[in-house]
Design a protein around this ligand. Structure first.
Ligand SMILES: [Zn+2]
Length: 231
């Protein structure tokens, strides 16, 4: 293989390496992306807090109602035991018990409202628990698909790198340095000549130049400095 042929082959390996590197980072992105799971889990945490809060309110509303019923029972006891004889006191007790009874209905309504709030949040929590499980299963499947793919790419990359360094060792070091310099500056260091034009910059290459390039000499385009390659 001519020197320029070797450089052209080197470039093909570099392009392949670049492509594989890109594929690897895409696969790695897929593997690390569990944003959906994290978001659903944090939603679940806040829903559970809401549920805890609503349950506390429900319990304290139940206690208030029990307390009220206790008070009414206590006064009813006084009223109907026959122990209280004073008519004025009896009137006062009746007034008090009437006032307490009137509080029962609104307190029951409040309790019912709180109970239905608790039920509503409970069903939200159940739905989110299911969603989290579903997203986790999906994520696991993604992992199972992409982990072997990642290994494949890593193996291919290692092989390409080994091949590149074997080839680089065979190439004249001065030519290799020219190649690397142009690659850094222009992305592609070796270009073909077609119909007398450099395919890097599309400027016509003098006949004497491309003839030398065809013979295998390292010739750079006068315009863009890329190494000219003719098969
Ligand atoms: Zn050129």
């Amino acid at each position: 293989m001519s020197l320029v042929g070797q450089l052209y082959k080197l470039q093909q390996l570099d392009l392949e390496l670049q492509k594989k590197q890109q594929e690897l980072s895409e696969v790695e992105n897929q593997l690390s992306d569990n944003k959906a799971v994290v978001a659903a889990e944090s939603r679940l945490v806040s829903q559970k807090e809401q549920l805890e809060d609503a349950r506390k309110k429900q319990r304290s509303s139940e206690w208030e109602l029990e307390d009220l019923q206790e008070k009414i029972k206590h006064i009813d006891g006084k009223l109907y035991s026959g122990k209280t004889k004073d008519p004025k006191e009896l009137v006062n007790l009746e007034k008090e018990v009437k006032g307490l009874r009137s509080q029962i209905r609104p307190k029951e309504d409040t309790l019912l409202g709180l109970m239905s709030q608790v039920e509503e949040i409970e069903s939200k929590v159940r739905a989110t628990v299911e969603e989290v499980e579903h997203l986790k299963r999906e994520w696991e499947q993604t992992q199972e698909t992409f982990r072997p793919r990642k290994r494949e790419i890593e193996i291919a990359l290692a092989e390409l790198r080994a091949e590149r360094s074997r080839l680089a060792e065979q190439i004249d070091s001065e030519a290799f340095n020219i190649y690397e310099r142009i690659r850094l500056a222009r992305g592609q260091a070796v270009v073909k000549v077609e119909r007398g034009r450099c395919l890097g910059c599309h400027i016509t290459v003098p006949t004497s130049q491309w003839q030398k390039a065809k013979a295998g000499d390292l010739i750079q385009c006068n315009n863009c400095s890329r190494i000219l390659y003719l098969e």
